[in-house]
Write a protein that binds this ligand. Structure first.
Ligand code: FAD
Length: 497
């Protein structure tokens, strides 16, 4: 485990009792958790290799409480880490030993559903799937569908700009959130966006979505809801080469066809999934595509024919179109179970997340195999092929000395490769702690400085989720050049990390 978090501040730790008492005054009853045993469940998120119990957990229920907590912490220089359901795979919700963990799980109500405007207003602790559940009887749904949708919260989705299988056609969280209420670190409550696609003013919503809990705490979210498509059908296509599958993806998009979902699995992932769910995936192929279409059935039929032709031109060796809903669900069952299926191949796996231009897919997969050999670790690939978002699953055994470090180094090499071929460090899981130190691979110093200046406009004291996303911890006062004259450091009162 190579990533280092800032040293806890001894002076803050010494004030722990005072901090707990102040939080109890704001959130009475069981809303403050301070005993060591009860803090344990909060010590990590989905990036379980990193663990750190927080100094204290606070579970507010109202925006006024969130505002009061943040204002107190701001005035008293106490760090705060927001947390939704704790499923982040990049360590975004990893607590700090000298920080307050602010959990949003009690913000769990759907506040309003407006079918005429096609919006739902929800609290941030509502799970992604619960939004769909709240509107499905009326024939609507919420489109972004992370695999973790049964557990992850809408607030977390906003913070991570989460995606899923259907985001190829319907967009990521950022394309489906219209407005939100956010509380800044000094306690100020701000409403941004609204109920329509293009509200007046600067696009602050675009800044907040994907800001990984660094700019403010989201306390209410307005999302678009969509009418459920009339029908959905899927194609299951096997290829004898990864190149053929990659080219089929590129040619489909180039032909102007945007499927509802377009997922690829490589040979190790296909075999693991088939052994796990036994849905009849072909085992004699190198790559498998699942392509889904939704909408009017005549349109689905037409597009299925068009993509089948493209697939055959690219050397597809098996093509099956789902005939009914049961078969469509069976096609997806293996893909949806791919992660638990792969977990049977090794004691541990490490799920990476990077994005590449679609046309570079075959080359990237080849080079990834070479990297696997170099690091002497296995890898299985499942990915959102349509938007070039890779999820290599690196296989390792945490009980063997050095393996976790090798898995991390392999992961870093994959992400460097993504950037080298013109892609980006993350597709949907965020930077968090995991990719923090790789940010300079992607961004110049000027880029990073501009992003930090934005962070400082929202949180000048850098108290909100520090140690995440930015590779070096700067205080806002130091941004820009720091001149040290005869050993006189500017702002000597500020702690340096
Ligand atoms: C099995 C599994 C499958 C997954 N599949 C997908 C997938 O398909 N697509 C995908 O995009 N992700 C996926 N994820 C990752 C994860 O579920 C998402 O990043 C999700 O959006 C995190 O939501 P959460 O409520 O768990 O947030 P947390 O993990 O609690 O927090 C994530 C980040 O958001 C911040 N945050 C949380 N709530 C708020 C708030 N109210 N205000 C401000 N900041 C906040 C935190 O500080 C942290 O930085 C998967 C995770 C798992 C474990």
């Amino acid at each position: 485990m190579s990533l280092v978090m800032p040293e806890p501040d001894a002076a803050t730790l010494a004030r722990r009792e005072e901090i707990v008492a102040a939080l109890r005054a704001i959130v009475p009853g069981e809303g403050v958790i301070a005993d060591a045993e009860s803090l344990r469940p909060y010590e990590s998120d989905g990036l379980t290799a990193y663990r750190q119990p927080p100094m204290v957990v606070v579970l507010p229920q109202t925006t006024a409480q969130v505002s009061a907590i943040l204002a107190w912490c701001h005035a008293n220089e106490v760090k705060v880490v927001p947390r939704g359901s704790g499923t982040s795979l990049s360590g975004g919700a990893l607590p700090l030993a000298d920080g307050v963990l602010l959990g949003l799980s009690r913000f769990n109500r759907v506040l309003e559903i407006d079918y005429a405007d096609r919006v739902a207003v929800v609290q941030p602790g509502v799970t992604n799937l619960a939004v769909t559940r709240a509107v499905e009887d009326a024939g609507f749904y919420y489109a972004p569908d992370p695999s973790s949708q049964i557990a992850c919260s809408i607030g977390g989705n906003v913070a991570e700009n989460s995606g899923g299988v259907h985001c190829l056609k319907y967009g990521l969280t950022t394309n489906n959130v219209l407005g939100c209420e956010i509380v800044l670190m000094d306690g100020e409550v701000l409403r941004i966006g609204g109920r329509q696609l293009d509200p007046a003013g600067l696009d602050l919503l675009g800044v907040v979505v994907g800001s990984e809990g660094l700019l403010g705490v989201v306390t209410e979210v307005t999302v678009r809801i969509l009418p459920k498509p009339e029908t959905a059908r899927a194609l299951l296509i096997g290829f004898s080469s990864v190149d053929g599958a990659g080219q089929c993806v590129a040619d489909t998009i180039a032909a102007g066809i945007i499927p509802a979902g377009m997922e690829m699995m490589d040979k190790p992932a296909i075999h693991a999934a088939e052994a796990f769910v036994k849905v009849g995936y072909p085992l004699d192929v190198e790559a498998l595509l699942i392509v889904e279409f939704d909408g009017p059935s005549a349109e689905c039929d037409h597009l299925i024919g068009a993509v089948e032709n493209i697939a055959r031109r690219n050397g597809a060796v098996s093509v099956r179109a789902s005939r009914d809903e049961e078969e469509r669900i069976a096609f997806w069952a293996g893909r949806k179970a791919a992660f638990p299926a792969v977990s049977r191949l090794a004691p541990d796996y490490y799920c990476m997340d990077g994005t590449i231009p679609r046309r570079r897919l075959p080359e990237v997969l080849q080079r990834m195999s070479a990297l696997a050999a170099h690091h002497e670790l296995g890898v299985a690939n499942v990915f959102h092929a349509g938007d070039g978002n890779l999820h290599p699953l690196i296989l390792y055994d945490a009980n063997l000395p050095g393996q976790i470090e090798r898995a991390e180094e392999f992961g870093n090499d994959i992400l460097r490769l993504c950037v080298e071929v013109g892609g980006v460090l993350t597709g949907e899981h965020g930077v968090g702690v995991e990719k923090r130190d790789l940010m300079p691979v992607m961004f110049t110093e000027t880029d990073l400085k501009q992003q930090l200046l934005l962070k400082c406009a929202f949180d000048p004291k850098s108290l909100l989720n520090p140690g995440k996303v930015f590779p070096q911890l700067h205080r806002c006062a130091e941004l820009g050049r720091m001149h040290v004259h005869h050993g006189q450091v500017p702002h000597p009162e500020l702690p340096r990390f």
